[in-house]
Design a protein around this ligand. Structure first.
Ligand SMILES: *[C@@H]1O[C@H](CO)[C@@H](O)[C@H](O)[C@H]1NC(C)=O
Ligand SMILES: *[C@@H]1O[C@H](CO)[C@@H](O)[C@H](O)[C@H]1NC(C)=O
Ligand SMILES: *[C@@H]1O[C@H](CO)[C@@H](O)[C@H](O)[C@H]1NC(C)=O
Ligand SMILES: *[C@@H]1O[C@H](CO)[C@@H](O)[C@H](O)[C@H]1NC(C)=O
Ligand SMILES: *[C@@H]1O[C@H](CO)[C@@H](O)[C@H](O)[C@H]1NC(C)=O
Length: 449
């Protein structure tokens, strides 16, 4: 919006100036005429100016016939923003109705739909009621395969055991490819999966094993929505994929914000709560990564500007909502739910995870709403944050507190424009060339014309 308003007004001033200059350059006779009537001309120009700005600001769609360059600029801008919306409307997605042992049976454990890997459940749910869903697979652009792999919680430590993930997925693919023709005709390239745990489409919780196993053969041609993302070569991203945020319940965010509004008092300067000895799982060649949290604890515990806590606390979201900066150091994997909670609750995320690729980077301008600190610079955290606080903190907060930004990382139970599931759909709408149906339709059109 900001851009749309800025550009035309700049051009408008330029246009009026050009017009006036042009008029000064006329022959003497005409010049006299203009001097005589200059008040009138000025009045006319000014009214034209205000009239056109009125048109641009209020009515640029309804009066396309008043064609001046500025109006066509703002028109094309609105068309381009609406194009994606209409794309989304045309997008059609079919959801396989798999037997409940692939998905809904796992929901008997309540944690399955609330824990940090629950985007596999949340996306499925939101798609079921969304406008893009079609019940006719022949008109579908994409096929969603709803398999929940993160809900077999260990009875020992409560962590999700995903040892069964590969076999569950391949059995699902076997089922859909034998019962329907759609998998075989595209070899799965228009089929969509979610991989919401540590190393995404590698389906293993230990990075070295995950890297060795790679993406399962059956899924290599498909599209994977995964939480894992790094900006260097990695076997767990060797598949068409989009980086999605980990799951945080939008309801818990709303409940927290009732008592702690985004622009409320923030009496904690730097916040972190979590395990201090977590080491990322053996990332080769990354010396500092093994120590990030330990360094933070050793160096800043006792510094009164830092509020660091080791133990779990159910009310930690209110602490985030009371904080100016929230540390998001890498943990087991580069990504962490802290990122989502910080953004949603308006605490500036301080990202300490070299090479991390952040979710929905086209919708969320991460460089404008967060602070990135290199792992090796973690010793200087306090100076870095003091510097930000002294210079651009309020600019960062203003952008961070934009409701559109805070919404983009949350999966609502029904798709809302701009929320996380919507971002996924927007991504798919830009990938229609992978769709068997759409590519057939466009080939047909090419042929006809
Ligand atoms: C574009 O989208 C805006 C906001 O949703 C809407 O008000 C406007 O009418 C749309 N314009 C067109 C040409 O569809
Ligand atoms: C769930 O995990 C346990 C190990 O914690 C394993 O023995 C069991 O087979 C798994 N269940 C399924 C359905 O894969
Ligand atoms: C798809 O291919 C597999 C393996 O080639 C085959 O077993 C299956 O019957 C095919 N499915 C359909 C619907 O033809
Ligand atoms: C880390 O990886 C190296 C080889 O890449 C291996 O020798 C070592 O045992 C691994 N350490 C852990 C804790 O997994
Ligand atoms: C804020 O300032 C720091 C340096 O003080 C700079 O590195 C960073 O890019 C700035 N961030 C934004 C969003 O302007």
């Amino acid at each position: 919006m900001e851009n749309q308003n800025k550009r035309p007004s700049k051009n408008r001033g330029y246009y009026v100036k050009m017009k006036l200059m042009h008029k000064h350059g006329r022959p003497q006779q005409e010049k006299n005429f203009f001097i005589k009537y200059y008040k009138y001309v000025l009045w006319l120009s000014l009214s034209f100016y205000f009239f056109s700005s009125y048109l641009i600001n209020n009515n640029n769609i309804k009066h396309p016939k008043t064609t001046t360059t500025h109006i066509s600029i703002s028109l094309s801008q609105s068309f381009s923003t609406n194009k994606t919306k209409s794309h989304l409307k045309n997008l059609k997605l079919f959801i396989y109705d798999l037997p409940p042992n692939y998905n809904t049976n796992w929901l008997s454990n309540e944690r399955c739909s609330t824990h940090l890997f629950a985007s596999e459940v949340a996306i499925h749910r939101a798609l079921l009621t969304s406008d893009v869903r079609t019940f006719d697979p022949y008109e579908a652009d994409f096929f969603f395969v709803p398999v929940y792999v993160s809900c077999n919680f260990s009875t020992v430590n409560g962590f999700p055991a995903i040892g069964h993930a590969r076999s569950l997925l391949s059995s699902a693919v076997k089922l859909i490819s034998s019962e329907y023709p759609f998998w075989n005709r595209s070899r799965g390239s228009d089929h969509v999966f979610v991989a919401s745990h540590d190393f995404g489409s590698c389906f293993h919780t230990l990075e070295d094993v995950a890297m060795k196993d790679g993406v399962p053969e059956i899924m290599k041609k498909s599209i994977v929505l995964q939480t894992f993302g790094v900006n260097y070569d990695h076997p767990c991203q060797k598949v068409e994929h989009v980086v999605i945020p980990p799951y945080v319940s939008p309801e818990s965010i709303r409940n927290t914000m009732v008592n702690f509004p985004v622009n409320g008092r923030r009496d904690i300067w730097v916040f972190f709560r979590g395990k201090m000895e977590v080491h990322p799982k053996n990332v080769s060649g990354r010396f500092y990564s093994k120590k990030v949290r330990t360094v933070i604890w050793k160096k800043f515990n006792g510094d009164r500007r830092f509020y660091l806590r080791r133990h779990r606390f159910p009310g930690y979201q209110s602490e985030i909502a009371r904080s100016v900066f929230c540390l998001c150091p890498l943990g087991w994997a580069p990504w962490s739910p802290r990122l989502v909670e910080s953004v949603a609750l308006g605490c500036v995320p301080v990202i300490i995870a070299d090479g991390i690729r952040l979710p929905f980077s086209s919708a969320v301008k991460w460089s404008e709403i967060s602070v990135t600190v290199a792992e090796r610079d973690v010793w200087n955290l306090a100076e870095i944050l003091e510097q930000v606080a002294a210079t651009n903190l309020s600019a960062i907060q203003r952008k961070l507190w934009d409701p559109q930004t805070r919404k983009a990382l949350l999966f609502n139970s029904r798709v809302q424009e701009g929320d996380a599931t919507w971002q996924v759909l927007l991504y798919l709408s830009e990938k229609l060339d992978r769709s068997y149906r759409s590519s057939r339709v466009s080939r047909q059109l090419d042929f006809d014309t």
